[in-house]
Design a protein around this ligand. Sequence first.
Ligand code: ZN
Ligand code: ZN
Length: 362
Amino acid sequence: MTDPRPRRIAALVDGLSAAHLDGLLLTGLSNIRYLTGFSGTSALLVVTPRDVVFITDFRYQTQVMEEVGDIARVSIEASSLWTGLWNQLAGLTSVKVLGFETAHIQHRDFQRLVEAGARWQWRPTADLVETLRERKDEAEIARIREAADVATRALTATLPDLRVGMTELQVAGVLEKALRDAGSEGFPFPSIVAGGPRSALPHARSSGRALEQGDFLLMDFGAEVGGYCSDMTRTVVMGTASDEHRRVYDVVRVANERAAVGVRAGMTGRDADAIARQYIERAGYGELFGHSLGHGIGLEVHEAPRLARTAEGALPEGAVVTIEPGVYRPGWGGVRIEDDVVLGADGPEILTQFPRELIELG
Ligand code: ZN
Ligand code: ZN
């Protein structure tokens, strides 16, 4: 595998000329990681057609040698990254008009640009790197595939240990230990474990509520491998499922399967969303599916593209997206089934290989 970073930087430079910018100041850490490999939490990056300048502090001296290497000119700052930035920019004589990342700059840092950085002209930009990140290369897909495998192995290890009487937080603890044991570098987001009526909250926080017989148990969690995330959800029943459990579950399961098999590169995010939404609407549960079908995953757990009623953009080949329909009946319970799918040239491939049939525990 050749180093993908020069190609990514060249693609960004193309975007800069199209936007009439002499350079771009990057403050978004995931974008910086994508372009340089740096996984730390303190850095500024300037990309121009001629130069790539990376500024960090002394804590990262060794790490920068390993991760960034000679893809950028590295400056280690003893005091402030911003002082380093002004010094570095002063050396780039042809650079006058610079973009900054509106989605990734704090207001106090923006004030630095217009005050201490007043000798340059600053232009707002959005999604210049995020757009490049939508289309994953082979190495990125391999990492997401491994993160998906880690998540499914962790769930397999967790299910036999779950009992009525355990709290949601205890279940989250068992699951998160299993994720670590399976090789996850971290948790892309706090695992959502929601039982009984709380499973009707699409974005519940795990609580101290104890699981009861006849509860739906919804688990939404992910793993991280090489900086790349997976994101999956399964919903099981504690004890024996009722007819009502099965009816709701099957609607979500079929919606998930249809969308996971039917989604294609080239389709709009809206049309992908409609595959699942129309099925759920025809089944009479449309009002209870209040969120969008899915989102891209990669260095971040929520990134472009979106699969939603308002997403007009086409899904690019190589994108990895979630398919996560749900039906939530307030006060009773809810079901979500979420899988990660790579949009290949020959069609979609599901990365989270784990059964979708309803599982009754205990
Ligand atoms: Zn999720
Ligand atoms: Zn998700």
